[in-house]
Design a protein around this ligand. Structure first.
Ligand code: BTN
Length: 236
């Protein structure tokens, strides 16, 4: 994960899901980025759908690794989150990472990341990093309460091509866990921790080098979670 990467690139006016498309190419063994103007079946985390109307950036990077220990797989997520943060900073926005891999601006979600890894024994064989970034796309009234776009945050339109190009440049760079940790937001804030059917109020304490989140429960106990176990909704 410490070298600059390159990918073959394919562009689509419309596709069901760029993640699903690049996953069909895993047999080819070649790094590939699929970039779409819109998706009709965009997928989010935890089986949710991801609205992907024209005006946003929707891309998936399929990357193969020679020797990547499975225990370090969180670095793929961290690298993608930092790449999005740096892209937004390049366009003079002030993003923060909401653990584990949502990117927020002005308290609203601007970008979601869906990682789909393929393991071979104790190694990470390849990863699919899917990124949906709201640029000039319109948001429904329902989404407007919780999501934003680069256009809304900056009060002006952006070139979707320029944002895409910058994001690919940043994705190609090796970023560090320190950069990920430096850009984590909402520490010290109260949040609702959603674990299956159970909802609890917690305070977000810290994120560690392995990507685990430690929270303080209302009973004063510390608990550590990894991404698959829990969703966090920050209370403003
Ligand atoms: C989330 O916030 O739940 C993650 C959203 C990830 C959306 C991106 S858009 C490009 C890629 N293709 C998909 O179907 N999903 C990811």
């Amino acid at each position: 994960m410490n070298e600059e990467r390159t990918w073959k690139t394919e562009y689509f006016d419309e596709i069901s899901s760029t993640n699903d498309y690049v996953k069909t190419k895993r047999g080819a063994g070649e790094n590939l980025i699929a970039i779409a103007k819109k998706q009709t079946g965009g997928r989010g985390t935890k089986g949710r759908s991801f609205v992907s109307d024209e005006g946003g950036v929707y891309l998936s990077a399929l990357t193969f690794y020679e020797d990547f220990p499975a225990k370090n797989a969180f670095l793929v997520m961290a690298n993608a989150a930092v790449a999005v943060v740096k892209t937004l900073q390049y366009f003079h926005l002030q993003p923060v990472i909401k653990w584990a891999n949502d990117i927020f601006v002005n308290g609203k979600k601007i970008c979601g990341i869906l990682i789909e890894n393929t393991f071979s024994g104790a190694r990470l064989a390849c990863s699919v990093v899917g990124i949906g970034l709201n640029v000039n796309n319109r948001l429904s009234e329902e989404l407007s309460g919780i999501a934003t776009t680069m256009q809304r945050a900056a009060g002006k339109e952006f070139s979707v091509e320029a944002v895409t190009d910058r994001l690919v440049v940043e994705l190609a760079k090796p970023h560090t866990m320190e950069e990920y940790l430096k850009n984590i937001g909402y520490l010290g804030k109260k949040a609702t921790a959603i674990c299956g059917e159970e909802k609890r109020t917690v305070t977000l304490l810290s994120v560690d080098e392995e990507g685990g989140l430690t929270v303080l429960t209302e009973q004063g106990e510390r608990e550590r979670f990894v991404t698959a176990e829990i969703s966090i909704r920050v209370e403003e």
